[in-house]
Design a protein around this ligand. Sequence first.
Ligand code: PGA
Length: 249
Amino acid sequence: MKQSVKLVAGNWKMNGLGASLGEAEALAKALQEQAAACRVALCPPATLIERMGRVLTGTSVELGGQDCHAEASGAFTGSVSADMLVDAGAALVILGHSERRAGFGETDADVAAKVEAALTAGLDPIICIGETLAEREAGLAVEVVSRQVAGSLPVSLSGKAFAVAYEPVWAIGTGLTPTLEQIEEVHAAVRAAMVARLGEGGRVAPILYGGSVKPSNAAEILGVAEVGGALVGGASLKAGDFLGIIRAA
Ligand code: PGA
């Protein structure tokens, strides 16, 4: 089976007000002038999804959420369901980001339940995994991500459009990145764990790298075997920086 098209997704995290929509507009305009060689998505905070959708209508840039609740509706104050993301115009959703695992206590089982909800709603999930610095230093990176794949990917993903994002926790927002050899080693292990979990259905979905990706390191990272795109935080906030990464894919 051939590897699916690369995906470069921007995760705005808790950044962005209405005034930031100009960045999305500038990005879409640049990609209209010269099309991207990859799939491109922006994942703004929930409050901006619908407004950004209006800016991106008719363009090649897709929209995503940053999280969703596992339940379809109900008494879950402050939460957003997968159906609500779809209703607002999203086509994708980031799930299990390390900031949610660490800050909100999300477990692999919680992430798997959210993935099921996303699939039911018709969203393409981007499922995040990655080791902490302590785990990396203890030589446990491969073991940790393999366990996260087994626990966070429900078997119902087989045959569906989705992506896995390998984001070493210590590389997120720090300017630090693993060596290319370390990225290659982990991505190969993630692929093996996906195939062990999903069978042939685990061979196609792209495995994104995330953690301090910027225009200056994107080409070399995106050139590593089994790197099927990038999940970009800080460098996705400015159209020019994000475009530099997209052009490297
Ligand atoms: P960063 O964040 O690019 O700012 O390191 C990546 C992420 O958390 O997805």
